[in-house]
Design a protein around this ligand. Structure first.
Ligand code: F0G
Length: 369
C-alpha cells in the first residue's frame, strides 16, 4: 500500500506529547537511511550500519527535535523562536520557523560555524547574531533572552527537542527488528545521546503514553551506548567544563554540555563509555567513510566512526556485534575538510587531470588499455 512518510510526529504520535488538535509543523523529517557500512564492517569484524541523518530536510539530525519544538512553540502561540548554535540547530530552527510562519533569531559563535550552515540561516531569513564567544556563551545568552523576552527557546534544553530526537532510536529498532548491540554517536551538547537513550529505553519496556494507553515493548534489549567527543572539546571525558574548547569539528566545539547529567546517565545505565578522538582521527574517519563506504558526512559527524576505529585499533572493540553509528550531518555543510582529508592521502586528489577532449586521451588519463 502506498505510504508517504509523514514526519516523525505523525509516524510516532502515540509516543510523543501531542494531541489531535496539535498543529504539527513538519517537513517530512526522519525516515533516514540505515546504510550497511561494508568497509567499516570488514575492517572491524562487526556488522556496522550508519544512520545517515544528513538526509533530513536541512541536512542534520536536528530536524527531528525541531519539528517537535516548533510545533510546541506554535501550539503556545509563539511568534518568534531563538537558539544558540554551532550551525546545524540554527539551520534547522530557521527552516522550521519559516515553515510555521515565525521569526527566528540565531546566536552563533563568531567565525566558528561552517559556510554551508551559515548559508542556510541566511537563506531562511533568520536574524543572525554573531556573539564574540563560544557556543556555551551563546546558549547562556539565548536562555536569558527567552526568560525575559517573548521568544521561545528551541535548543535541546527544551524537553520537546529530546522527545523528537528519541524517534531515531525507534527507527533503528523498527529497521533491525530489535536494538543493536552497540550504538555509537558524536557528543557535543549531549542532547542526542540523551534522546537516543530515552528512545531505546522507552521501546524496551511497556510504555504508558500521554493519553494513558499502555503500549507493548518493541525491543527486547537496549544497546551499549558509546559517545565520542573531540579531544579539544571533551568536558565529559575530563570531568569538568572546558573554558576554551577547540576542534576543527565546529559542530561539537562545546565546553559545557547542557545535557551533561543525562549523557553520563546514558553511559552508565547502558554500560557504555564516553571518550575522545583527535581531529586527525576525525578527518581520517570522515575520509574512510566517504571514500570506502560512499557516505559523505561533516567532520563532527564522523566522531563516532573515528571512535569505533580507535577502539578497534586499541583491541577494545567488540567482534561479531551489531553496531549502529549515527552520522549526524551531511558532508556538504562543511566541504573544505573533505578536500583536506583527500589531500592528506594524495596531495593532488583535489586537482582533476586535464586532458584534450578526445576519448583516447581520457582513456589514457584513466589508465585504461
Ligand atoms: N553532530 C553534529 C553535526 C552536530 O551539529 C551536533 C550538535 C552534534 C553532532 C552533537 O550533538 O549536541 O546533541 O550532543 N550541534 C549543535 C548545533 C550544538 O548547534 O547545531 P549533541
Amino acid at each position: 500500500m502506498a505510504h508517504l512518510w509523514q514526519g516523525v510526529i505523525n509516524e510516532y504520535r502515540d509516543r510523543l506529547p501531542v494531541t489531535d488538535s496539535t498543529p504539527v509543523v513538519t517537513m517530512g523529517e526522519g525516515g533516514t537511511p540505515l546504510i550497511q557500512a561494508r568497509a567499516l564492517s570488514e575492517l572491524t569484524g562487526n556488522q556496522v550500519w550508519v544512520k545517515f541523518e544528513g538526509m533530513n530536510p536541512t541536512g542534520s539530525f536536528k530536524d527531528r527535535g525541531m519539528t517537535m519544538a516548533i510545533t510546541r512553540a506554535k501550539e503556545e502561540g509563539a511568534k518568534a523562536v531563538v537558539c544558540a548554535s554551532t550551525g546545524n540547530t540554527s539551520a534547522s530552527a530557521a527552516a522550521y520557523a519559516k515553515q510555521a510562519g515565525m521569526r527566528c533569531a540565531v546566536l552563533v559563535p563568531e567565525g566558528k560555524i561552517s559556510m554551508g550552515k551559515m548559508a542556510q540561516a541566511v537563506a531562511h531569513g533568520a536574524d543572525i547574531i554573531q556573539i564574540d564567544g563560544n557556543f556555551d556563551n551563546c546558549l547562556d545568552v539565548a536562555r536569558k533572552l527567552s526568560d525575559s523576552y517573548p521568544v521561545f527557546l528551541v535548543n535541546s534544553v527544551n524537553p520537546y527537542r529530546i522527545e523528537g530526537q528519541k524517534t531515531a532510536a525507534f527507527e533503528v529498532v523498527d529497521a533491525l527488528g530489535d536494538a543493536p548491540d552497540y550504538h555509537i554517536l558524536p557528543v557535543g551538547n549531549a542532547g542526542n545521546i540523551t534522546g537516543y537513550w530515552k528512545g531505546y529505553t522507552e521501546y524496551s519496556r511497556p510504555y504508558v503514553n500521554a493519553v494513558g494507553e499502555e503500549l507493548p515493548a518493541v525491543a527486547t534489549k537496549t544497546p551499549v551506548m558509546w559517545g565520542f567527543q573531540a579531544a579539544g572539546a571533551a568536558p565529559l571525558v575530563a570531568g569538568h567544563p572546558i573554558d576554551q574548547p577547540e576542534t576543527i569539528a565546529t559542530a561539537i566545539r562545546i565546553g559545557n554540555p547542557a545535557s551533561w547529567d543525562s549523557a553520563i546517565g546514558a553511559r552508565d545505565e547502558s554500560g557504555g563509555l564516553i571518550e575522545s578522538v583527535t581531529d586527525e582521527q576525525i578527518i581520517e574517519a570522515q575520509r574512510f567513510l566517504s571514500s570506502r563506504d560512499g557516505v559523505f558526512v561533516e567532520p563532527g559527524s564522523a566522531a563516532g566512526v573515528a571512535g569505533l576505529i580507535k577502539k578497534y585499533r586499541e583491541g577494545a572493540a567488540p567482534t561479531g556485534a551489531k553496531i549502529v553509528i549515527t552520522v549526524t550531518g551531511h558532508g556538504l555543510k562543511d566541504p573544505q575538510w573533505a578536500v583536506k582529508g583527500a589531500e592528506l592521502e594524495d596531495p593532488t586528489a583535489a586537482e582533476p587531470k586535464r586532458v584534450d577532449f578526445d576519448v583516447v586521451s581520457v582513456a589514457a588519463a584513466l589508465g585504461l588499455d
